[in-house]
Design a protein around this ligand. Sequence first.
Ligand SMILES: [Zn+2]
Ligand SMILES: [Zn+2]
Length: 636
Amino acid sequence: MNEIKVTLPDGSQRPLPAGSSIFDLAASIGAGLAKAAIAGKIDGNLVDLNTKLADGAKVEIITEKSPEALEIIRHSTSHLMAQAVKALFPQAKVTIGPAIETGFYYDFDVDHPFTPEDLEKIEAKMRELAKADLKIERSELTSAQAIELFKKMGEDYKVELIEDLGADRVSLYTQGDFADLCRGPHLPKTSFCKAFKLTSIAGAYWRGDEKRPMLQRVYGTAFADKKELDAYLERIEEAKKRDHRKLGKELDLFSFNDEVGAGLVIWHPKGAMLRTILEDFERKEHLKRGYDIVLGPQILKTELWQRSGHYENYRENMYFTTVDEQGYGVKPMNCLAHMMIYRSQLRSYRDLPLRYFELGTVHRHERAGVLHGLLRVRGFTQDDAHILCTPDQLDAEIKGVIQFVTEVMGIFGFEFEMELSTRPEKSIGSDDAWELATAALLNALKDSGRPYEINEGDGAFYGPKIDIKLRDALDRRWQCATIQCDFTLPERFDLTYVDADGEKKRPVMVHRVILGAIERFIGVLIEHFAGNFPTWLAPVQATVLTVTDNQIPYAQAAFDKLRAAGVRVQKDFRNEKLGFKIREAQLQKIPYMLVVGDKEVEGGLLAPRFRDGKNLDAMTPEQFIAFIENEVKTYK
Ligand SMILES: [Zn+2]
Ligand SMILES: [Zn+2]
């Protein structure tokens, strides 16, 4: 056969000379496409650009703009890094180097840990190798041949990988004098690595096993072009500046203390105030929407956790204690007490829906390695509610929760994305129940008019769920709200209601949080606002500053008025220069500085100045109180 025909993604067919590669196909379509092409897809599988096409193949050309491109670019850049390391440190042994969400890494076995200077040298070598425009070529060989090859090179880790793989044949990618065991696909040439940066070094055990050698992991990132790389690096810098752990200390919001325990937050006055504001806000918003506030105990008998299934499935993450020979579990979830409230009376369909809301403090033993500031802690408070309703009511209830999330996220200025996770292979509950709950969640998503994604089979075994991820000022996603239907707990605790027909029936149970863990949400808020909280959230809204000691009596009287009216106010009457006091207040990110000089004393006024330096018209203390009240009321 001298000619083959391939099918393009738009369904059109294209004849090509036999033996043509994907690159040849791109070139036959246009010179621009040939230049932009970096890889291809044959029948849905990613392959190298120089892969030969068979007659009848379905082909897609991958360019730098394709969604699949980034991973190929990043993985190829990790090979480039390994090549540079081997060139500079011939004794280094290579292991693995995958692409990850933020870039790539490669683990090396070296005698000495890499230094930041080494990183610079490696990066410079990478640029040199990229400029050399080396061809990246795939070859296949038997495992035995590959083992022999890597043994000769002294690459023991690769030998172990091939042995574990147990395949007959493996593929090798070679660029210049560097060869790596790899499935591919890769960029066609090293010059396609155009925008990369090595970012950090860390220790990592070979295969995550602490009994195996400690390796040096070099992290880097790569993009299709320099503009995207620069934008990413800028975001990283900005994120560092906004790190809630750093700001939490500078603004004196919270701390952790080894003497107390890892992952246990200590709230300082300003942080505790911020939390209180959020909690008051939550109570008000829940009461407005027909929720009842409830409160369960911190510890519940172990037998109850056995009945709920937590003991069997979640024991490792729980804290237990025994008193008077009775075992208790510290609650990791708030559901059980809420079910006890439901069960405390005979329920009729007329009582439903019941919506129990609790700012429920829970403890979960997270591994030390995953703890991270306020974002991952061991003790936290959820804005948790359980809705118990009839199957008929489920639709409206789920819609209500999504509406709730939409309104609350609007107040904080967050955009968000939603995902529905459906029935997994292993699950409990009847087909009817799953269908009903999944339909209710899906209807609510459609009804919201917002885009959503469906993760087929990704739900919990006990029910489908919606996860809601908010997007912060740096375009990062944070999981916060979840809405979870549950078919097990009403069964296990035999929850019933008497229906209109006089029959006892099972209510549907929905677990849901809106902000999620308050700790985590505050961590996100700190980074989102870079500590510049809006007036309604700011733990300190205003500070009264005197110019000289002459104004102290008037300033004190103004301060008293403001505080009595509920303004969160602070004062600085020290004998310091006004400029110095203003700078300090700005560093504390206090929204309003109220300057009091002789003119203000004479006129009975305050001169407010916003933290960004903007001056407002002078106003009386009463006018300022009304101004703050209005900002709070309108969530400014
Ligand atoms: Zn590879
Ligand atoms: Zn729950």
